[in-house]
Design a protein around this ligand. Structure first.
Ligand code: PEP
Ligand code: MG
Length: 541
């Protein structure tokens, strides 16, 4: 048995034979051509065919891995038609009187070398793209099929590196895992591997003589076993079986409705902290996003994130959720979530400090976020939610600001969607006036994490008090009940997005109370769906 390690891109176990994948090594010959006009026509035809292929690939990838990940093929289609690239090929054919394959290969080599030498990481990464499109053109010109036939049996692909187009063209049914020597964890191929749920390792020193041998990819530890011994194999098989059983059991629930035995539908949504978490939301089949903690965009940044960068993030999430609800909570900074550039004064009790109040004080920051959100709402089903509310007055002020931002957008002819607005109920004050607050907004989302800390007067960060931080306290449960009743009486739907929403021991209680929505971490979606489908909403029925 040989054992090598790498960096894991996606967890999971794969067991199968290795296929050592060599790039279609194109030994392109230089052939002298008399009739350059015909050669140019051959190239133009190949270019057209390449664009057609890439458009098809784009459509296939959108279906399989979503618009965002498929975008690389749009970029490739543009590169094939790029003026500099085309001019270089035509110039080589004409001036050197050579075959189109050679002109394309030389252009590809020259441009990719140029990109590799650049300092900017973005352009460095484009070197692989130029090579990829040049290979495609050469394949078309020489009548070779693009994509490699993987044979009939499922295999583990071992390769130096994989281009995204190679990855997406592979038959997913036959692909057990990827192991590559090069490629970064943020490369498109790594993103595709994650999105396709395929165990993958990068940074492995690969060897061609492994071809055809039995191997195991352990995506948990990042280990690649070649010709595993009996003990390793049975251990890995056991782990794989357990993974599969657990997954299968829950997978059966994908596509199923979140509905109780007596017919009450619950919105089962997921919580996210950033764009990259959407994959987990989709993989776990959540019906929407119930809490996008937008402050992470601020915490990841060294300065206030621009309207444009926020717009792109919200738009991407909305587009990837394809019409499903995406509730974005506006900036909830303060307490444990601090960003230096806000230059906040020292607070004795930051958990009871500025928080949302910053947005009402520094409306410039708030308006930037609202503009980004409203603009993004033209691309999907975005709703906006405001944290840490304690009064009707605050909500009215916020709504005034939103109105003024909408008016600005109207003046500039910028489109936006018909957004729902809601508030978090996470202070005892908000619970006690929830009847009045419900008149102002479309929905409530109960933040049980903060509601527990403020109701029980226990700092949620204080590890010493962890054993008495009790979200099941009757006071909390009564507050949840009261919020639901007041919300419903005054026309609001009510959800829970705090951690308690994912507590399986309380799902029945919440449903009986009349909760409309539960928003939980993506991995809890299917376990909670299972419970919802096994219970009744009405007691004693
Ligand atoms: C909450 O307080 O319950 C909540 C969902 O918000 P956060 O945990 O981000 O404060
Ligand atoms: Mg909170």
């Amino acid at each position: 048995m040989e054992k090598v390690t790498g960096k894991s891109i996606f967890k999971g176990i794969a067991i199968g034979k290795i296929l050592f994948y060599k790039k279609g090594e194109q030994s392109v010959k230089r052939i002298r051509i008399e009739d350059t006009k015909t050669e140019i026509k051959r190239y133009e035809d190949a270019k057209e065919k390449a664009v057609e292929q890439l458009n098809e690939l784009y459509k296939k990838a959108v279906k399989e891995v979503g618009e965002m990940n498929a975008a690389v093929f749009e970029v490739h289609a543009m590169m094939v038609q790029d003026g500099d690239y085309v001019d270089s090929v035509l110039n080589i054919i004409e001036t050197q009187q050579v075959n189109a394959e050679y002109a394309v290969a030389i252009t590809g080599d020259n441009l990719s070398e140029m990109f590799s030498a650049m300092d900017d990481d973005y352009f460095k990464a484009r070197a692989a793209d130029v090579k990829d499109i040049s290979e495609r053109l050469v394949n078309i010109l020489s009548g070779k099929e693009s994509g490699k036939n993987l044979g009939d049996d499922p295999i583990i692909i071992v390769a130096d590196d994989l281009a995204p187009s190679e990855t997406v063209q592979m038959d997913k049914e036959k692909l057990l895992a990827f192991v590559t020597e090069h490629g970064s964890s943020n490369s498109h191929t790594a993103i595709l591997a994650r999105t396709m749920n395929i165990p993958a390792l990068i940074g492995v020193n690969i060897r061609e003589e492994w071809d055809g041998k039995l191997a195991v990819v352990d995506g948990y530890s990042g280990t690649f076993y070649i010709e595993p011994d009996g003990q390793t194999l049975s251990q890995m098989e056991k782990q794989q079986k357990e993974d599969l059983e657990a997954k299968e059991l829950l997978q059966k629930l994908k596509g199923e409705e979140d509905i109780t035995l007596d017919g009450r539908k619950i919105k089962l949504y997921a919580n996210i902290g950033g764009v990259k978490d959407v994959t987990g939301v989709l993989a776990n089949d959540a019906a929407g996003i119930g809490l996008f903690r937008s402050e992470f965009l601020y915490l990841e940044s060294d300065d206030y994130p621009s309207e444009e960068s926020q717009f792109q993030a919200y738009k991407t999430v909305a587009e990837n959720m394809a019409g499903k609800k995406v509730i974005v909570r506006t900036l909830d900074i303060g307490a444990d979530k601090q960003a230096d550039y806000f230059n906040l004064d020292h607070e004795e009790n930051p958990a009871m400090g500025c928080a949302i109040r910053i947005c009402l004080e520094r409306t410039d920051i708030f308006k930037t976020q609202l503009r980004a959100l409203l603009r993004a709402s033209a691309f999907g089903n975005i709703a906006i939610m405001y944290p840490m509310i304690i009064s009707v007055d605050e909500v009215r002020k916020i709504k005034e600001i939103v109105k003024s931002v909408k008016e600005e957008l109207d003046v500039n002819g910028v489109p936006y969607g018909d957004i729902e607005q809601g508030i978090m109920i996470e202070t005892p004050a908000a619970v006690m006036i929830s009847d009045l607050l419900a008149e102002e907004v479309d929905f409530f989302s109960i933040g049980t994490n903060d509601l527990t800390q403020y109701t029980l007067a226990i700092d949620r960060q204080n590890m010493k008090l962890d054993n008495i931080y009790d979200s099941h306290h009757p006071a909390i449960l009564r507050m949840i009940q009261m919020t639901i009743e007041n919300g419903h009486k005054h026309g609001c739907w009510v959800g829970i997005c705090g951690e308690l929403g994912a507590d399986p021991t309380l799902t029945q209680t919440f449903v009986e109370m009349g909760i409309d929505e539960l928003s939980v971490s993506p991995t809890f979606v299917l376990p909670i769906r299972k419970i919802i489908r096994e219970i009744k909403a009405r007691k004693n029925d």
